[in-house]
Write a protein that binds this ligand. Structure first.
Ligand code: C5P
Length: 202
C-alpha cells in the first residue's frame, strides 16, 4: 500500500523526533531529506567538490557518514540547497523512497509542496526561533562546549532566512498541511497531535 507522510518545517522545530515517532507508530520507512543536502554540503566543504556534481554522484552510503550534524555542515547544506540543479538531482531518490511499498515518512523543507504534493498526510512543524535555537544549542554544546546560545540563534536565523527566501522550493507550509507549533508542547503532546492527524488521513 502506498502511504506518504510529508513533514516540513524550519530547523530544530521537532520534525526529526516527530517523523521518527510517526514512522514507528505506523510502521513506515523514514527519510530525513536534510541528510541529502548535508551530505552534498559536506562534500563541498571537505573535498571542494562542485555542488551539482556532488549531488549527482551522491550515494546512499553518504547519508550515514559521520559528522553530518555539525553547525558548519548545516550552513553548507543550506547554501547548496538554493541551487536549482542540486535540488533537481535529488528529486528521484526522494520520490522513489516516498512511493515505496509499505509507506514512508519524509521530512524536510519542500516535501509537501514540491517532492510529494499528493502526500496522503502533511504536517508543518514549527516553533519560535528562540525555542528552536535553545534546543539545538543543548544538542550541539555537548560536543562543543564553547558554542554559545547566541551563535546558535544567529545560525538558525541565517539558515531559516536562506530557506524561506530562496526562489527554488522555499520553506513554506503546504495549504493542506496541519501546522503544529511545538514551542509550548511536550514531545509526547506534539507526537500525539501528529499521530492523530496522520490517523485521520488514512
Ligand atoms: O533538516 P536539516 O537541518 O538537516 O537540513 C539542512 C538544510 O538542508 C536546510 O537548512 C535546508 O537548506 C536544506 N534542506 C532543503 N530541503 C529539504 C531538506 C533540507 O532545502 N527537503
Amino acid at each position: 500500500m502506498r502511504f506518504t507522510v510529508a513533514i516540513d518545517g524550519p530547523a530544530a522545530a521537532g520534525k526529526g523526533t516527530i517523523s521518527k515517532a510517526v514512522a514507528a507508530y505506523f510502521d513506515l520507512g523514514h527519510l530525513d531529506t536534510g541528510l541529502l543536502y548535508r551530505a552534498v554540503g559536506r562534500k563541498v566543504l571537505d573535498a571542494g567538490m562542485d555542488p551539482v556534481q556532488a549531488a549527482k554522484t551522491l550515494m546512499a552510503e553518504d547519508l550515514n557518514a559521520e559528522g553530518l550534524r555539525t553547525a558548519a555542515v548545516a550552513q553548507a547544506a543550506s547554501k547548496v540547497a538554493v541551487i536549482a540543479d542540486v535540488r533537481a538531482a535529488l528529486v528521484d531518490f526522494q520520490r522513489a523512497f516516498a512511493t515505496r511499498s509499505g509507506g514512508a515518512v519524509l521530512d524536510g523543507r519542500d516535501i509537501g509542496t514540491v517532492i510529494c504534493p499528493r502526500a496522503e498526510a502533511k504536517l508543518y512543524v514549527t516553533a519560535r526561533a528562540e525555542v528552536r535555537a535553545h534546543r539545538r544549542w543543548l544538542e550541539l554544546s555537548e560536543k562543543d562546549p564553547s558554542l554559545t546560545l547566541e551563535q546558535v540563534l544567529a545560525d538558525v536565523e541565517a539558515r531559516d532566512a536562506r530557506d524561506r527566501d530562496r526562489i527554488e522550493a522555499p520553506l513554506v507550509a503546504a495549504d493542506d498541511a496541519l501546522v503544529i507549533d511545538t514551542s509550548d508542547l511536550a514531545i509526547s503532546e506534539a507526537v500525539a497531535k501528529a499521530v492523530a492527524h496522520v490517523q485521520s488521513c488514512k
